[in-house]
Design a protein around this ligand. Structure first.
Ligand SMILES: Cc1cc2nc3c(=O)[nH]c(=O)nc-3n(C[C@H](O)[C@H](O)[C@H](O)COP(=O)(O)OP(=O)(O)OC[C@H]3O[C@@H](n4cnc5c(N)ncnc54)[C@H](O)[C@@H]3O)c2cc1C
Length: 601
């Protein structure tokens, strides 16, 4: 069975040395934060999730969830007690607003801790995860009464939240949704329709489940302009705000699926269920976007959290399993064979895994920090600059973070050879669990379209231009530092490819939108490489400074510089090939007649 240790040293390095979280102390939104908190929070949270939650990952996946005849859902053994323990630990309310019972600490710290939780048991963490997005949507768009009624119990985790968008005929294209909302005399609405694939849709872990449901009112315009959002609680709160009358909604079935077996993915039937409008009619999609944006970063985190766990177990195996001899002669002549770690091809997989996982962790934490600044900064320029980075890089963290999750999980399964394919060893679970992250919360291809179609042109390209300026500045600052020179040169080249790709899009996408569509994924991958390469440059600079200052943990710092060098040698050069693929344009792929895609025999 796999084991997990929270990567506290690495998170701390990113927070303290790469993104300078200590420098934020006392600023708006960081009033209750001081630098001395970082280590104890990471250590304690890391210990809790590794010791209390991680051991449940494997058995709960094997057991899965059960729908009972009365429509109730039973989660795996021990989840109810575990849920209570996690609530009691306080780790999930770290960054929730203080006025709703949270601890009011910066979101970036909550995000760092969330990684440990999600590595420990992703399917279980999902029972908590969607609630924070729902809290944000109600906080920003709900009425005063709704905020008072729902937020304290949801922030504390007593009640959980879900998001209900998907219907059988309506996935990416939400304009197709059919769930109806008929006004009742008392100002509420009767919600009728079927939603599918609803994560944590029904379970016994909380006293109430607050479903945020997208539906159409009778006279709503067609398409996405006619969608409204409703709070549809499992139990309608009574006059005292406690769970009251059972609402007419139920779980019709739970999906049999590839992974995250311990999370209940439900078909939810709404049969005239009482719903309460959030915000205005027909403005539901923008409200749901609040929830989806928060959730996109979190899904990116799900990706690299699986990568981290898989990496740890891949590395442990390579240091233990003996097969073959080192190419340069036996390393352990007294043993029947050398350990897997002597083989360059095994090391390639492990170095790739480190470079991808650590690079994405640094990027995601930097974006999360910008999220805090965008929310709280008082200076408009600072707020806007941070918001631009969140907007630009959210699709990258979601899609590239989850591609990394899948890639690393597969590569670490490869390190285990045939034993990685055998269920009882647990490595295949990482592959199964990571896979969904590329699909839900907007499939990764749709993230690429969002990047190219919305985020790049936003404000005349302001976000990508400031991104280029920041990367160029750090490359210039690296001049003269021998330890990072190679990385700085590789990053400069990759950034040049990104600039050329951006220019090509400007010149070729407007005239032929299919060019934007065919180029989008490649573009997102180049931006992913450059933004992670940038984080690697910052990491290598910080590590080399720490070494010059006589760092105690020189081994950690040397490993950082070597991994950065590997990213420069083996990952950044891909930017050139991607740019050339992108510039091929859409002509060939669109030239194939649709019917020719079907095999004729
Ligand atoms: C385990 C699980 C949990 C889920 N949890 C939830 C949940 O809690 N709440 C919820 O509402 N939904 C949930 N979903 C649904 C999930 O978000 C959708 O499956 C996803 O958004 C894609 O929709 P779809 O499956 O209908 O695929 P489709 O929309 O049919 O897309 C199929 C493929 O076509 C591509 N595509 C579609 N449209 C375009 C376009 N315009 N341009 C380019 N490419 C396009 C997509 O990228 C995708 O690769 C969950 C799904 C699963 C499997």
């Amino acid at each position: 069975m796999p084991t997990y240790t929270a990567p506290v040293r690495d998170t701390r390095f990113v927070l303290e040395n790469v993104i300078n979280l200590p420098g934020m102390a006392g600023k708006p939104g960081f009033e209750d934060f001081d630098a001395d908190m970082i280590l104890p929070i990471l250590e304690e949270a890391g210990r809790f999730f590794a010791e209390v939650v991680a051991p449940t990952n494997f058995p709960s996946d094997r057991q899965g969830c059960t729908r009972n005849d009365d429509g109730s859902v039973t989660t795996p053994d021990g989840f109810k007690e575990l849920y209570a323990k996690v609530l009691e630990s306080g780790w999930t309310t770290l960054a929730m607003p203080a006025e709703h019972g949270g601890q009011g600490l910066p979101g970036v710290l909550g995000f760092a801790v969330e990684e440990y939780f999600t590595s420990a048991n992703m399917a279980f963490a999902m029972y908590f995860g969607l609630t924070s997005g729902a809290v944000e949507a109600i906080e920003l768009r709900g009425s005063e009464e709704q905020r008072e009624l729902y937020l304290p119990k949801m922030s504390s985790g007593e009640w959980s939240g879900t998001m209900n968008l998907t219907e059988p005929h309506c996935g990416t294209d939400l304009g197709l949704l059919r769930t109806r909302a008929e006004p009742n005399d008392d100002g509420s609405y009767a919600i009728t329709g079927t939603k599918i694939f609803i994560s944590s849709g029904e379970h016994e872990l909380t006293d109430n489940i607050v479903h945020l449901v997208l539906a159409r009112t009778p006279d709503a315009p067609k398409g996405t302009k006619g969608i409204s959002m409703f709070i549809v609680p499992k139990f309608i709160p009574d006059a005292d705000g406690n769970p009251g009358e059972r609402n007419s909604l139920s779980c019709g079935s739970i999906e049999e699926k590839m992974g995250i077996h311990a999370n209940s993915t439900c078909v939810m039937n709404y049969d005239g269920a009482k719903g309460f409008l959030i915000g205005e009619e027909n403005k539901g999609l923008s409200a749901m976007f609040i929830m989806m944006n928060a959730a996109r970063l979190w899904v990116g985190l799900q990706g690299f959290s699986q990568a981290e766990n898989a990496y740890q177990n891949g590395a442990a195996y390579a240091l233990d399993r003996r097969q073959g001899r080192a190419l340069t002669g036996p390393k352990d002549p007294g043993e029947s064979a050398d350990m897997l770690i002597v083989h360059p091809d095994v090391r390639r997989l492990l170095m790739d895994a480190r470079a991808r996982t650590e690079g994405m962790r640094a990027l995601a934490l930097w974006v999360a920090l910008n999220g805090d600044i965008a929310k709280h900064a008082t200076g408009e320029d600072e707020r806007q600059a941070a918001d631009d980075m969140v907007q630009l890089l959210t699709p990258v963290v979601k899609a590239i973070g989850t591609d990394i999750g899948m890639r690393v999980a597969q590569d670490m399964q490869q390190v285990w050879g045939g034993h990685g394919y055998i269920a009882e060893n647990g490595m295949e679970q990482f592959v199964r669990d990571a896979r969904i992250t590329q699909i839900y919360e907007g499939a990764n291809g749709v993230q690429a379209m969002d990047l190219v179609g919305r985020k790049l042109p936003m404000h005349g390209g302001r976000a990508i231009q400031s991104f280029f300026a920041m990367v160029d500045k750090d490359i210039a600052a690296a001049a003269g530092n021998d330890k990072v020179a190679e990385l700085a040169t590789a990053l400069e080249k990759a950034n040049g490819e990104l600039k050329a790709a951006s220019m090509w899009l400007m010149q070729n996408a407007a005239a032929n939108p299919n060019n934007a569509g065919s180029a989008a994924y490649h573009y997102m991958e180049i931006l992913g490489l450059v933004s992670m390469g940038w984080m690697w440059l910052r990491s290598a600079m910080a590590a080399s400074a720490a070494l010059s200052d006589g760092a105690e943990d020189a081994g950690f710092m040397e490993a950082k510089i070597l991994t950065a060098r590997h990213f420069a040698e083996s990952h950044l050069p891909e930017a050139g090939a991607l740019r050339r693929k992108l510039q091929a344009g859409a002509e060939t792929i669109m030239a194939m007649p649709a019917e020719a895609f079907a095999r004729m025999g």
